[in-house]
Structure formats: C-alpha cells, structure tokens
Design a binder for this molecule. Structure first.
Ligand code: ADP
Length: 463
C-alpha cells in the first residue's frame, strides 16, 4: 500500500502537469537566487580588492607628503589633524567616501615597540605599542593591508600598516591607518535589496504564469478528452447504424411481401392492420438509421458529392410528384411553379439534391396542418433559387436561430405529436453547402415558413 502512488511512475504520469509546475516553481527561483548570490559575491570581492589597492595607494601618497617632515613630531601631528578635520567636515556634510579614513596614527620605532607620534586621538600620543602586524610591516619595508571584521558593529574595515621613508629612502616612522568600507557596504546592500525585490517580483510572475498555464493545460487536456469521446461516439453511431440497417431492411422486405401476398397467405384484415402499423414503425426506424448514417458520413468527411451539370427542373418535378399522395391525404394543396424562361442547368449531385428536396418538402407537408405547400423555382443572376413555402405552423425568430443545429426540434403543443429526429435540417444544410449552395429560412409563427435554396448556375450558361 505504502508508496503505491509512485508505483511504476504512475503518479508522475497522472500528475505530469502538477509535477512540472512545482519543479519549475522551485527550479526557476532557485536559479535566480543562486545567480544573485554569485553576482553579489563577485561584486563584493571586486570592491574589496579595489578598496585594498586604494588603501595602499593612500598610504603611499601620505608617505610622499610627509617625506621631509618625518623628523618633526609637530609637523606630523598637524598633518594628521588636517586629515582629521577633513574627514569630520565630510561626515558633517554627509558626503559618502568609500575610502573613509577612520583612524590615522604615525609611530616612531622605540626599541622593541612603537611610540605613537601623531594621531586622531591626541591623548594617546606618547604611548608605546607593540604589535606583530607593525613589526612585519616595518621589517618588510612594504605596506601591508589586512581586512578586519568588526563583528560587534557588523561591519569591516581595512587596516593598512606602512613604513614611512624620508626622501633618501631611510625608514623613519610607521603609518597605521584604518579605512571603513561602510559606504560601499551601503551601496552594495541597496543593490542587493533591489535584486531581491526583482527576484520576489519575478517569482510571483512565474507562479502566476504557471497557475494560468496549468489551468490552460487542464482545459487543453479536457478538450482532447472530449474530442476523443466525441470521436468514439461518432464511431459508435456509425457502427450501430450500419449494423441496424441490414436487419431493418430484411424486416421491411418481409412486411411488404406479407402485405402484398395477404390474400394468398390468408392473412385477415386485423393482422393486415397490425402489419401496416409495423411497417410504419419500421419506416421510421429506417429513416432514423439513414439520418444517423448521414450524420456520421458528414462528420467523418465521408459524404460523397458527385456534382455534374444537370437540368434540375425534372428533379424538382419528380420529387414534388412523390409527395402528391401524402399531400392529398392531408388535404393540402401541393403546387409546383416553374419559371420556364429560366436557366436551369446547375452543377449538383442529383441524389443529394433529391435528398435535400425530400427533406424540405417533406417537412413543409409534415408541419402544415391545412392549406398549401408551394414550390417555386427560378434563376436570377448567376444563381438558381428553389423556394418551398407552406402555410403551416411556422416558428418564432428565436426558434429559427437554432433551426439548423443538430438534434434541434421546436418543442410546443403543435409539434408534440409530430415525429422527427431534429437531424434533417442539419444534414440538409451540410449537403447544400457541400454542393456550393446555401439555405435560408423565413418564417412566422402560425402563418407559415419559406425555405429558400440557392445554387450557383453551371458556368456555361451564366449570364
Ligand atoms: P425533424 O423534422 O426530424 O424534427 P428537422 O431537422 O427536419 O427535424 O427539423 C427541425 C425542426 O424544425 C423541426 O422539429 C420543426 O420544429 C422545425 N421545422 C422544420 N421545417 C419546418 C416547417 N416547414 N414548418 C415549421 N417548422 C419546421
């Protein structure tokens, strides 16, 4: 049970996006922090080095200024006091000196120790000191600089110890000077604070981006899943309707045979009535299967359209004739008016055009309880128009908006008893558009509907 989540890397696989986001949230800020730290370290080292060089440089220039005053303690003290007042003034004016001199002492060699000859702190003048650093600097003949960390005050400074020589090169005194790096530290800490602020800001942006990205990623995954399910559904509908078609065709065939041979087979009137009910239901089942097959053909891009230039008058006339019995059963006046002067050669697929006309004229008859269904056709400009107008139940503007959507059916008292799938007009629109045509509708509730089909005329007869 323990660590089952991680078994076979399944956890990682299932939570790829979360793991990826968390990894980025950790890795990117860490890289930025590391980079900032590296930068600050190298900046500090560079500053330290240049401060050290400066400290040594100052000690040398002091030596040059004092070369001929080294024998006079008074001259030395007045020189040191001059520096002291200069440094104090700078402090008062709040000027920032990166090479801020904190103390300046000059010693004379006194046997084994060093006697203070001049200092910022005049009270200490005359006192003797002994320090290893002083001895080393004195003997080495060369200035030494040492970084001293003052842990109590949380700062550091440079201690420069340098022998002072007269103009003939004779070692006469020892300079001990401390230079504060406070000003540089302030600059550095301001720069570092700014980098950390930028870092925090970048991390917030990264986290926000990742959050947005992960929700986008989830949506994309969801979309892919829905697409997959949709495809599975299409495949299922296609397969199921194919499988259903054969048995339904067989049933239809035998019912027709039984009804045709009713007398020969001594089938009574009552049984014949049942057979005709079965036949109607089978017809409905068959048309549902055909609709589903058409939907899957269109959606999978398998709907074959073989357009040829053809005179469409006879096609329209033929379909209208097919409906004459159905119309007269409902006592509807079905008329077909064709403008004989019109161009009528259109590039269409004959079978598909018939399917379209059967659907629209069939609907007109189906949704008209009394009155007329008129079919008119004419050419105008480069187009050929077929208008199917009925005096049926019509529909509202809102219902019209959804008319060509898959499975959409107007639901009200008038349509309650009318059977349908809501697929016919969607299929019709797709087929019309595949043939380069267009379909539109105009309708008024309780008055009737007008469906208009428009096809481009075949090129050779366009005006
Ligand atoms: P079906 O007729 O199988 O329900 P269709 O896609 O052919 O599906 O039509 C969709 C809906 O459009 C129908 O349910 C009906 O409400 C409405 N409709 C179609 N033709 C007409 C018409 N001539 N008059 C009124 N309503 C119609």
């Amino acid at each position: 049970m323990k660590l089952n989540f991680f078994k076979n890397g399944k956890f990682l696989q299932d939570n790829k996006q979360t793991v990826y986001s968390i990894a980025l949230m950790v890795v990117i800020p860490s890289v930025i922090i590391f980079n900032t730290w590296l930068f600050s370290q190298s900046f500090k080292n560079t500053v330290d080095q240049s401060l050290r060089d400066k400290a040594v440089g100052i000690s040398q220039s002091i030596n040059i200024s004092l070369a001929d005053k080294l024998d006079s303690q008074q001259d030395l003290q007045s020189y040191v006091s001059g520096w002291q007042s200069y440094t104090k003034n700078a402090e008062l004016l709040d000027e920032k000196y990166e090479d801020d001199i904190k103390s300046l002492d000059i010693f004379y060699r006194d046997n084994d120790s060093f006697k203070l000859a001049a200092s910022f702190d005049k009270d200490k003048v005359g006192q003797s000191y002994s320090s290893m650093a002083y001895v080393i600097a004195w003997n080495s003949n060369w200035p030494s600089a040492q970084k001293i960390v003052d842990k109590d005050n949380n700062n550091y400074y440079w201690l420069v110890v340098s022998p002072l020589k007269d103009s003939l090169g004779n070692k006469k005194a020892l300079l001990v000077m401390t230079l504060s790096a406070n000003a540089i530290d302030t600059v550095l800490s301001v720069a570092l604070t700014q980098s950390y602020l930028i870092l925090i800001f970048s991390v917030i942006i990264i986290i926000l981006l990742l959050l947005v990205n992960s929700s986008l990623f989830e949506s994309a995954m969801l979309y892919n899943k829905i697409k997959e399910i949709d495809q599975m559904k299409d495949e299922f509908i296609s397969m199921a309707s194919h499988e259903l078609r054969t048995p339904v065709t067989v049933i239809r065939g035998y019912i027709v045979m039984l009804m045709d041979d009713a007398k020969k087979l001594s089938i009574g009137n009552e049984a014949l009535q049942y057979l005709s009910i079965i036949k109607v239901s089978t017809e409905r089942l068959n048309s549902l299967i055909e609709d589903l097959l058409n939907v899957s053909r269109i959606e999978q891009g398998r709907m074959k359209i073989d357009s040829v230039s053809i005179d469409i008058w006879p096609i329209i006339q033929n379909v209208v004739n097919q409906f004459s019995v159905q119309a007269s059963e409902k006592k509807l006046i079905l008329s077909c008016q064709i403008d004989s002067g019109s161009q009528s050669v259109v590039s269409v697929d004959k079978d598909r055009l018939e399917q379209v006309l059967i659907n629209i004229i069939g609907n007109a008859i189906k949704y008209t309880l009394a009155g007329t269904v008129e079919i008119k056709a004419k050419s105008q400009g480069n187009s050929f128009f077929i208008m199917i107008k009925d005096s049926g139940i019509g529909m509202s503007a809102k219902e019209r908006e959804h008319l060509f959507e898959k499975f959409y059916r107007v639901k009200n008292k008038k349509t309650n008893d009318i059977i349908g799938t809501g697929l016919g007009l969607w299929i019709t629109k797709q087929i019309v558009e595949l043939m380069g045509g267009a379909i539109s509708v105009d309708s008024m509730e309780g008055v009737g509907s007008l469906f208009t089909l428009e096809f481009p005329l075949a090129k050779e007869q366009k005006k």
